[in-house]
Design a binder for this molecule. Structure first.
Ligand code: ADP
Ligand code: MG
Length: 481
């Protein structure tokens, strides 16, 4: 998607660096806990606080999570990787360096496929994934004058996932980030919770005339929602276009996104890698992985969204778009498969993406908090399938289920909503309807659409409980006799 400037059209070029917190009980190099929301400085070991003489010990589970993620991104796994010290001073970084991976990351090139709303797909290259420690947190809002430091986060394992500069619009960046988050959640390697900071994103943005070489980029740090990522890209691209069109040049720098003012602001001029004096951490041996262990992890990977969607389309006969909606979140896909198990797949998909999503949206709930469980929704579909209730009544029963959490069968019994399949009762309702509208009866021969009018009348008279197929059949007979 091109942006119109004063001097013609511009293309945005974007590469994302995503910091994904590893799902693990303990930190990357210490046994301290990682739970979110704990009292400040209650989850800090002497390693995290960098007491003199303390030694880091690698957390095997974190390595496993990183490798799984690499496999899920269809990436090369490097059987030997190296932990380096990235040296810089910051009050929330007690050792004066962060343990990270530099020239030899644990995961190399991979790829993610993204689908745009118009149905087109694109492949986004993954440059690398490396393991690193998180830093602590400076708290500036606890005291009028002083800044406090909370080290609970210090040392927690992060996966930095770097993309190639393959994205071409804010929209693509948003779709990529959502897809990446979905894959991480499927894998169970990162919970993807952006509000809690488990997934943070740095955006590299440059602009160019279509076909020209890449322009100078700026990096916008620490964006914590998909919406902010997209906004920041748009605003930053406009800013850069403005500078170049005014005859200036973009300076490579690190910027902050001020969400309140809707602008990006310089934070510091871009540091260079050599500023960090990277060198292999002498406290840690190179990380050497066993080929068979990696192969085992690979064969145990869960079914990921792309594959699942393909299966929903080929085995369940769902449309691409519908299947895409169902697989976007692992929890939704699992809910759907439970509903669809042993039932009409298409009907199950309609109920989940239509009525259920509608109800959840209205209540602002996620699928995990659904007042109607998968088993309960399945029960409703069964009542519909075996003719106990009509389609119209099913909608009412569903609405009641959402409000009360009761089972469909219980609601149907309590309210006497069973479908009327008694021919006599239906015939009586039909006779009454025909008698009430002689003019429409007379029109029937010339205009068979009148049938629909009478179906409506009969359904109304029976409070929607008459079996619609029976009503249709009997009405046709009576009208043409
Ligand atoms: P650094 O280590 O300085 O952050 P990298 O080479 O690792 O630099 O690149 C970081 C990110 O910047 C990557 O996601 C990459 O895709 C992106 N990137 C590189 N060049 C450009 C460019 N010209 N425009 C936009 N993004 C870019
Ligand atoms: Mg970077």
């Amino acid at each position: 998607m091109l942006i119109q400037g004063r001097t013609g059209e511009w293309e945005v070029v974007i590469g994302l660096e995503v910091h994904a917190q590893v799902v693990a009980e303990a930190k990357l190099f210490s046994g301290a806990a990682t739970a979110f929301g704990a009292e400040p400085n209650t989850q800090v070991s002497t390693v995290d606080a960098a007491f003199p003489g303390m030694l880091p010990v690698i957390n095997r589970h974190c390595v496993e999570q990183a490798v799984k993620t690499g496999l899920g991104l269809d990436a090369e796994i490097n059987l030997t990787s190296v932990f380096d010290r990235k040296n810089y001073f910051y009050p929330d970084l007690p050792p004066g360096y962060q343990i990270s991976q530099y020239q030899q990351p644990v995961v190399g090139r991979g790829r993610v496929e993204i689908e745009m709303p118009d149905g087109s797909t694109r492949e986004v290259g993954i440059t690398r994934l490396h393991l690193e420690q998180d830093a602590g947190k400076s708290l500036h809002d606890q005291h009028p004058r002083d800044t406090y430091v909370d080290l609970n986060r210090a040392g927690i394992g992060l996966m930095e996932i770097v993309s190639e500069p393959d994205l071409r619009s804010a929209e693509e960046a948003g779709v990529y980030l959502r897809k990446l988050r979905s894959i991480l959640r499927y894998l169970g390697t990162c919970d993807g919770n952006m509000e809690e900071g488990s997934l943070r994103c740095d955006c590299n943005v440059s602009v160019r005339k279509p076909g020209a070489p890449y322009g100078t980029r700026c990096e916008i740090k620490n964006l914590n929602s998909v919406r902010f990522v997209m906004q920041a890209i748009q605003i930053e691209a406009r800013r850069q276009i403005g500078i170049i069109e005014d005859g200036g040049a973009v300076a490579q720098e690190t910027r902050l996104f001020d969400t309140a003012r809707g602008e990006t602001r310089p934070m510091r001029s871009k540091e260079n890698d050599y500023d960090y004096r990277y060198f292999p951490d002498p406290d840690l041996l190179p990380l050497v992985l066993d080929r068979d262990w990696v192969a085992k992890l690979k064969s145990a990977l869960p079914e990921l969204p792309d594959k699942k969607r393909a299966r929903f389309v080929s085995d369940y006969g769902l449309g691409m778009e519908e299947a895409g909606v169902l697989v976007a979140e692992r929890a939704t896909a699992e809910f759907y498969e439970k509903v669809a198990d042993g039932r009409d797949k298409k009907a199950a998909a309609n109920w989940v993406t239509g009525d259920l999503f509608g109800a959840l949206n209205k209540k602002g709930l996620g699928i995990e908090e659904s007042p109607v469980s998968a088993t309960q929704l399945g029960g409703l579909i069964d009542l519909l399938a075996d003719g106990t209730i009509s389609g119209r009544i099913a909608k009412d029963v569903f609405a009641e289920m959402v409000e009360t959490g009761a089972d469909a069968a219980a609601i149907v019994e309590a309210k006497g909503l069973r479908q009327v399949t008694d021919t006599g009762a239906i015939a009586a309702a039909i006779d009454a309807a025909l008698a009430a509208s002689p003019a429409q009866v007379a029109q029937y021969a010339a205009n068979p659409k009148v049938l629909g009018f009478f179906v409506g009348q009969v359904m109304k008279a029976t409070q929607g409980k008459a079996n619609p197929a029976l009503v249709n059949e009997l009405l046709k007979k009576k009208l043409s006799s």
